[in-house]
Design a protein around this ligand. Sequence first.
Ligand SMILES: NC(=O)c1ccc[n+]([C@@H]2O[C@H](COP(=O)([O-])OP(=O)(O)OC[C@H]3O[C@@H](n4cnc5c(N)ncnc54)[C@H](OP(=O)(O)O)[C@@H]3O)[C@@H](O)[C@H]2O)c1
Length: 301
Amino acid sequence: MKKEVLLIGLGRMGGAIAHRLKNLSWRVVGYAKTKESRERARKELGIEVIEDYEEFGRFEGERLFWIMVPHTAVDEVLNRLKLLLKEGDTVVDGGNSFYKDSVRRYEELSKLGVNFLDVGVSGGVLGKGKGFSLMIGGDEEAFRKWEHLFRDLAYEGKGYAYLGKSGAGHYAKMVHNGIEYGIMEAIGEGFELLKESPYDYDLKEVARVYKEGSIIRSFLMELLEKAFQEFGNLEEVEGYVEDSGEGRWCVKEAVDRGVSLNVIANSLFGRFDSRKKDIFRNKVLAVLRYEFGRHPFRKKD
Ligand SMILES: NC(=O)c1ccc[n+]([C@@H]2O[C@H](COP(=O)([O-])OP(=O)(O)OC[C@H]3O[C@@H](n4cnc5c(N)ncnc54)[C@H](OP(=O)(O)O)[C@@H]3O)[C@@H](O)[C@H]2O)c1
């Protein structure tokens, strides 16, 4: 079985994927847009990094290209790759792309005899250790051909699933992110109430006890305890929370299908509000996003 991946995008997630694969004896050949990122990847990840797309041309046999770039850059990357793709190659989009774009890309690449798999990746940068959760859509045959790759990347070798035809992976990731928005919002609200309560709670201690065997124990609760350890009571953290698109797609999709997403929609709107007001629960979300994905948060002056 071939253990070689050609990876485009060497940022937070591309770097984590490269790190994990390299430790599992995969040959990873990377490319990133800027010279600085390419240099950094060579130094910090110790992988082969090429200077231009044409260099991918020297790799033989059926190749797997893994794209890990912001969704706005995927078409640009594919336009470059199309010049060198061959029948039998497989392209994976592991970023958070809108599922309808993935179906369009699948159809375009099918005409060239190239497989396209849309893979939702969850687990954040910490996935480089125990592995990621992978939601996979596309042709089952292409998935089977590269199942050994997904198994190696997956959390404890089990965190992967083939979910159906093209778009199914990114659709499942879109819903996953919507759920994530909702859970984070609930945690944020709960901790805001704890903070405003008549008790002088040590919030780190509350997060710790919630994490130990309670019904709401979760990875996010573990990260929140860590965030309180790292950032105290978040006085320095601005309650400004970004969104990177999946929540909006999720809510729009629900509107199109007549499904009520009360919690998820409200949590999305909460993020919008956070950019206007400085409220405590949004500080909680900001540091949680920092914890799982190293998304930067704004600091107060
Ligand atoms: N961070 C997370 O927790 C997380 C979790 C799951 C999924 N995702 C998804 O994974 C994808 C990547 O996210 P990330 O957090 O790793 O982003 P990131 O840290 O900003 O890295 C993006 C990478 O893409 C490269 N890139 C950008 N535009 C490019 C282009 N036109 N051509 C070639 N390379 C280009 C960048 O190169 P330069 O550095 O040279 O500009 C960089 O290496 C996104 O779709 C994101 O939504 C992120």
